[in-house]
Structure formats: structure tokens, C-alpha cells
Design a binder for this molecule. Structure first.
Ligand code: ATP
Ligand code: MG
Length: 204
């Protein structure tokens, strides 16, 4: 029914978690490619509330990260953004998100959690790692500078896929803005404009 304007409930749903500080084309290409490869009905972008691995003082307010994620995904009918982590109190754990999404979608929907190679390699250190793999199938994407491997991860619960490689990171985008270097074409045009308008990432 794609493009007809009539919506049937999704049965295969991708979940793209991230700090999105800012969202960039590496995130968007990974989500788009996995949606294609796994025949997903939709991909839900879930901006992290308070990333437990990152220094809260150095993370941009969640409302800005949420808005940038909305701006970057608005034109793609297969993409949507969920506030689930932003509206939850306390440090963000993916296990809580997957439990909540599983509960709201119901038992019959297949969930695919999309990660880059770096995040995939770190999953065993996340909270309730074993339960994570019961709630969703994990899809690891190659990412320049990181080795894509499923060693140590449970068999049959993880797929490794090749996406067009983009050597872009949010850290580098923030650095570039701070130094007055362009980020055009690393992030969607609307994100360049949002960052210019708000003054995000400039030295305070
Ligand atoms: P930061 O530098 O602030 O950590 P980031 O670029 O790593 O930002 P995140 O929001 O931390 O972006 O990443 C969210 C998810 O997207 C993670 O699973 C990460 O591995 C994946 N990802 C980020 N950039 C890329 C990329 N260029 N190619 C493939 N996957 C990526
Ligand atoms: Mg990262």
C-alpha cells in the first residue's frame, strides 16, 4: 500500500537508536539500506534521552536532538521518530525501549534493531544483554574505522550487512561546526540550517 495513503499495521519494524547529536547521512543511509534489505514496513528513529555512556553535560538538549531527527526523516514515509526515550526519566537503557516497543506493537511484529559496527561490538556490555536478543533481531552495519563482527553475540540473533560506507560521525560534525568548517552534504540541508539558526555546537 506504499504511497496509496492507506496504512495497514506494520509487521516488520526497524528501530534506529542513537544520540543523533546531530543526525547525519551515515544514520540515514544505514536505516534506508536495512529497510530495503529486510523488507521493513517502517523504521522508527529513537533519540536517546540521557545516554548512560556519555557525559550528560556534553550532550545537546534532547529537544534539539529530537527536532533534528524529525527534520531529517520527515520526508520519508517509511521513517518516523519516537519520543519514548526522551520522555522517560533517568538514564536511557535500550532494554527498556525494546520492552516498551514490544508491548505497544504486540507479539506478532518483528523488530529489527539497527546498529553500526561500533555499537554492535559494545552490546554485550549493555543492560540485560541476553534479553535484548529475545526482544529484537539485531542488524549490524559496517562503519568506516570499525570492525564489523558478531563474535561473542548469540547465534541466529544477529545479521551483519554491508551498507554504502560513509565516514561520517556526529562527533566530527560537532567539531567541524565548532571550527567553522562546513557540514553541508554530511547532514541533510535542513540540519545545517537548524544548527545555524540555533547556534548549536559553536563555542559558547
Ligand atoms: P557520536 O560521534 O556522537 O558518538 P555517532 O556518529 O556515532 O555520534 P550515534 O548517534 O552515536 O552517532 O549513533 C547511532 C547509531 O548509528 C549507532 O548504532 C552507530 O553505530 C550508528 N552509526 C553512526 N554513524 C554511522 C555511520 N557513518 N555508518 C553506519 N552506522 C553509523
Ligand atoms: Mg556514537
Amino acid at each position: 500500500n506504499k504511497g496509496s495513503g492507506v496504512r495497514t499495521p506494520p509487521t516488520r519494524v526497524g528501530i534506529m537508536g542513537g544520540t543523533f547529536d546531530p543526525i547525519h547521512h551515515g544514520h540515514l543511509v544505514a536505516a534506508s539500506e536495512v529497510a530495503h534489505l529486510f523488507d521493513l514496513d517502517e523504521v522508527v528513529f529513537v533519540p536517546t534521552g540521557m545516554p548512560w555512556q556519555k557525559d550528560p553535560a556534553k550532550v545537546t538538549p534532547s529537544e534539539d536532538r529530537y527536532l533534528m531527527t524529525v527534520i531529517a526523516t520527515a520526508e520519508n514515509p517509511q521513517f518516523r521518530v519516537d519520543r519514548i526515550e526522551i520522555d522517560r526519566h533517568g538514564p536511557t537503557y535500550t532494554i527498556d525501549t525494546l520492552r516498551q516497543l514490544r508491548a505497544s506493537y504486540g507479539p506478532d511484529v518483528e523488530l529489527f534493531f539497527i546498529t553500526g559496527a561500533d555499537a554492535l561490538g559494545a552490546i554485550l556490555g549493555w543492560q540485560n544483554a541476553d534479553e535484548l536478543f529475545e526482544l529484537a533481531h539485531f542488524v549490524g552495519c559496517n562503519r568506516p574505522g570499525h570492525r564489523l563482527s558478531d563474535s561473542g553475540l548469540p547465534e541466529g540473533k544477529v545479521s551483519l550487512v554491508e551498507v554504502p560506507a560513509l565516514a561520517i560521525s556526529s562527533t566530527e560534525c560537532r567539531e567541524r561546526v565548532r571550527k567553522g568548517e562546513p557540514i553541508w552534504y554530511l547532514v541533510p540541508d535542513g540540519i545545517v540550517r537548524y544548527i545555524n539558526k540555533t547556534g548549536l555546537y559553536r563555542d559558547s
